[in-house]
Design a protein around this ligand. Sequence first.
Ligand SMILES: Nc1ncnc2c1ncn2[C@@H]1O[C@H](COP(=O)(O)OP(=O)(O)OP(=O)(O)O)[C@@H](O)[C@H]1O
Ligand SMILES: [Mg+2]
Length: 354
Amino acid sequence: MNPFKFGTIVEDEFFTDRVNELEQIKQMLDSENHLVLISPRRFGKSSLVAKALQQIGRPSITIDFMKVLNVEDLAAQVLRQVFRLHKFEKVKHFMKHFRVVPTLSYNPMTDGMDVSFVPSVGKSSAMLEDSLELLEKVSSAENRLIVVFDEFQEVNSIDKTLAKQLRAIMQRQKGLNYIFMGRQESMMEEIFEKKKSPFFHFGERMNLKKIPYDDFYNYIESRLPKMPASQKAAITEEILKFTDVHPYYTQQLAAAVYNAIVYSKITENVVAYAIKRQVEEHSLDYERLWANMNRTDRKVMLLLANKKNPITDRSVPTSTSFSSIKRLLKQGYVIKTVGYELEDPFFGEWILGN
Ligand SMILES: Nc1ncnc2c1ncn2[C@@H]1O[C@H](COP(=O)(O)OP(=O)(O)OP(=O)(O)O)[C@@H](O)[C@H]1O
Ligand SMILES: [Mg+2]
């Protein structure tokens, strides 16, 4: 089996490092505080939180805000998660006062409860309030519930008043920890750092960085197929140089390199071979993305692909390149770590090749 994994939450032997972050999260959840976890896409937020929850062993529910349609749906999803933790019989007395009665049905296929609210005008905030208050009721002092809101940057696009509604309910709650995860620093900052935002300084902020080089190095090297040590070292270095230690793309490229060695029997320039294959595989997507970018954005992308700094480069006026970067950051094609860089190194390779 390929010893590298990407695209989903990684756990057990696929999970590396994050020792300090895990410790910090555990400490934080041992208090009454809430956590705000921010990083660019695919840095490992979901994996980190899943690992922390597993180690802590307290009950938790997770809501993915990308999959929330509207306020009623959020209320229903919260209830659905509660019924995953508790038998309906144990919870139903808490629901007597619900202002809108949810439709519940037992689903024998999943052995779980299907829950929905029939939309009714002007009642959605009551649905949300009743559902979230149920969380507090099912949480116990010795086993406090942890509530994870993933992809929380979506909150304002679900409903303009949702953040305000949530905050009004949540600030009264005790005995729960909330974890907010999100990408796009700028959006998460709008939510948690702007004085006027309902969630201003609501939780302790943690910016997740890439995985440290040495740690990722050992992770890759120890999993490559049998070959001379010097060759392993060279391959590992080449992988990390290309991906710049990005968690997701590193695992993706390492997996491709592994396949090239084991299945395609490539013996020379295997990293270059794997990169080429990956770029080819995604070239249609890249073409489409490129076609939809304006000229300035393309210029900035090209500079970044060449590892140049578009802000200081003279070929584009600073104000123009700045607004372009802002746009590209928002769309997720560019990320900011120590400096600006392309989110996807394979896209960069495609740009250079075309
Ligand atoms: N601790 C880790 N050890 C090894 N690989 C990791 C680790 N964390 C993340 N990765 C790699 O990055 C990929 C993305 O991780 P994950 O889905 O947890 O990130 P995310 O920040 O939640 O992404 P998104 O922004 O898309 O929700 C994983 O599939 C895995 O390949
Ligand atoms: Mg995630």
